[in-house]
Design a protein around this ligand. Structure first.
Ligand SMILES: C[S@@+](CC[C@H](N)C(=O)[O-])C[C@H]1O[C@@H](n2cnc3c(N)ncnc32)[C@H](O)[C@@H]1O
Length: 309
């Protein structure tokens, strides 16, 4: 898939997968790459994606600035009035979704491990006149609590294409729980792990549904936001991990969060398959006559007053 998740020709380790094939392609785990090297490769890819994404029609930065758009209506409907609340956006990219919440009145922090993304986010905050309510920090998610100076938040917000870059969902859940103050909420909209396990062009299962130690490898040119940008993004390797729904929910519950809401959707925010139909901005649906599979999901969880350590 276009660098939001697992790629063709890769498979989990430790399952005898070297003998498995899918449509003639041997499934080979990326066992030779360490987690640190995989994440370094990912960071380089994301650094190179920033200028491409800033200029893309997909992100439409100039339109967003000109129209003063706030958060997506469906997200605002769930989170309600955020004015005066503290919100942190993990894996904020160049801050467009983060700053949308600042426009709605929240004080926002964005965190991302790409310095290019953080630089662009700070510049976007200036252009949008939102610097007083927004700050951006460059750090990996695994170090979020420390990098954010031990601050806690009313809302942890995570949007599409984030979890697949993280090797451990438990590590992520620990950061989320530690960032939430008592009564705080997690809002997560993510690619569905079933969709992550499927091939790019049809509904064949080709990747592991569960989190594996070894990552999947991707080396597709271009990006989901601009598949034609093959010169700026010629297909450098990236590495990703899938996390099953039970693993995600289990990790949050184990850290003391309560699941308030879980919705599985037959739509997603990007053209996951060439045959999806765009029915609204950032809303791609399965056409009639096709089998319906879950393409994305939204989850809301909350923290009560207990200490999460
Ligand atoms: C698809 S973007 C998600 C943001 C948002 N949905 C959007 O479209 O603007 C994924 C972001 O995750 C960041 N990222 C990937 N791995 C990370 C890690 N381990 N720690 C922090 N950020 C990471 C990348 O730099 C990138 O900006």
């Amino acid at each position: 898939m276009t660098s939001t998740g697992p790629a063709d020709g890769a498979a989990p380790s430790g399952t005898g997968a070297a003998e498995l094939t899918t449509r003639g392609t041997p499934l080979v785990p990326a066992t030779e790459v360490s987690t640190a090297a995989a994440q370094d490769a990912n960071r380089r890819w994301w650094d190179s994606a920033v200028p491409v994404h800033l200029a893309s029609a997909f992100y439409d930065v100039e339109g967003w600035l000109a129209e003063g758009r706030g958060p997506k209506a469906r997200e605002a409907a769930v989170l309600g009035d955020v004015s005066g609340l503290d919100l942190v956006h993990l894996q904020c990219h160049f801050g467009k979704d983060t700053l949308a919440w600042a426009r709605a009145g929240a004080r926002v922090s964005g965190l991302d491990f790409s310095q290019a993304a953080i630089d662009a986010a700070r510049e976007l905050a200036q252009r949008a006149g939102l610097t007083e309510r927004a700050d951006f920090v460059c750090a990996p998610v695994a170090e979020a609590r420390t990098a954010l100076g031990g601050r806690t938040y009313d809302i942890v917000y995570v949007s599409l294409g984030a979890l697949c870059w993280l090797p451990s969902i438990d590590e992520w859940a620990a950061q989320v729980a530690g960032l939430l103050r008592p009564g705080g909420r997690l809002y997560l909209h993510e690619v569905h792990p079933v969709s992550m396990a499927l091939a790019d062009d049809d509904l064949t299962l080709v990747y592991s549904y569960f989190e594996e130690t070894s990552p999947y490898r991707d080396a597709e040119a271009g990006s989901y936001a601009d598949p034609t940008a093959t010169e700026a993004m010629p297909g450098d390797e990236t590495f990703g991990w899938n996390h099953g729904m039970g693993e995600i929910i289990g990790a949050l519950v184990a850290r003391g969060l309560r699941i308030d809401r879980l919705d599985e959707h037959d739509w997603t925010s990007f053209p996951r398959y060439p045959w999806l139909i765009e029915v609204a901005e950032e809303e791609f649906v399965i056409p009639e006559g096709h089998l319906r599979v879950p393409l994305s999901f939204t989850l809301v969880a909350s923290r009560d007053g207990t200490d999460v350590g």
